[in-house]
Write a protein that binds this ligand. Structure first.
Ligand code: SF4
Ligand code: SF4
Length: 256
């Protein structure tokens, strides 16, 4: 379909990390519409050293399509909105206008951009580096829902044999459940940057220039009155690192 080809398909923003946790942006009538194939099957797991794992449910309308990439045996994931043409304004405007509620919109980088951002950005703005994964319940029912036309054991084996896929046990509340963990690739070439606001993060200074309000909020939350000093230091450090890298490259070019 043409419209889907003009949108990005990692779908990270369609998990509750950026939409209201109870899907209240969808409204009453839309709650009667059919769910997407990803709903209840796929979750987003965020991990970082020294912090608890965070598990996010997907929006009810997320479609999840999975196939094998025959070149490198990795899994190819395609996450799309099943009500794309009628999706709520909040989703249409994301990430140009995003925020906690419809009335408090602060524009910010989209979650995929933050996922693929340089580690200096994450360490400053989130005080930690984090990794993101799609996770699927390792159960016949879930696998059947995702692979409607395939035999369950064959489909499961295909996923588990794919590159970088792991089986893990996660504690959800009081239960321990088995999940299939699929790393989310950081391939920015698959993303279409459709607006001036929706651009990849390349450096702290560039990001701050573009999303000052949102980033300042995070910094004030993490560092209180020291936020400006922390920001300045991080930008200086990033510049020094970049100039060191340039000098090393120049030296290597001369020697080579
Ligand atoms: S690239 Fe950003 S806006 Fe696009 S689907 Fe991913 S998180 Fe959403
Ligand atoms: S309605 Fe569509 S675009 Fe909005 S969060 Fe749900 S799946 Fe994503």
């Amino acid at each position: 379909m043409t419209f889907t080809e003009s949108e990005c398909s990692d779908g990270m923003c369609c998990f509750t990390c950026v939409i209201p946790s109870n899907n209240r942006h969808i409204g009453f009538f839309r709650s009667l519409w059919k769910s997407g194939t990803g709903s209840n099957c796929v979750k987003l797991l965020v991990t970082s050293d020294g912090y608890k794992n965070e598990l996010y449910d997907s929006c009810k309308f997320l479609d999840f399509i999975i196939s094998q990439n025959s070149f490198n045996f990795s899994l190819k994931m395609d996450l799309r909105c099943s009500i794309y043409k009628s999706r709520p304004n909040q989703c249409m405007e994301y990430p140009d206008k995003a925020g906690e509620s419809l009335h408090q919109k602060i524009s910010g980088p989209c979650i995929f951009n933050e996922y693929t951002a340089p580690s200096a950005y994450k360490k400053l703005v989130y005080k930690r580096e984090w990794q993101a994964f799609y996770v699927i319940r390792d159960s016949s029912e879930t696998i059947r829902n995702i692979f409607v036309n395939e035999e369950i054991t064959v489909a499961r084996e295909k996923i588990l044999k794919a590159k970088d896929v792991h089986l893990v046990t996660l504690c959800i509340g009081k239960n321990e459940l088995d999940y299939i963990l699929i790393p989310i690739p950081k391939q920015t070439e698959n993303i279409l940057y459709l607006s001036e606001k929706h651009q990849p993060i390349t450096a702290i200074q560039q990001a701050y220039h573009r999303w000052e309000e949102k980033i300042q909020d995070n910094l004030q939350h993490h560092y209180g009155s020291e936020w400006e000093t922390r920001l300045k230091n991080a930008i200086e450090m990033e510049k020094e690192d970049a100039s060191k890298r340039n000098n090393e490259n120049a030296a290597c070019n001369i020697e080579c």
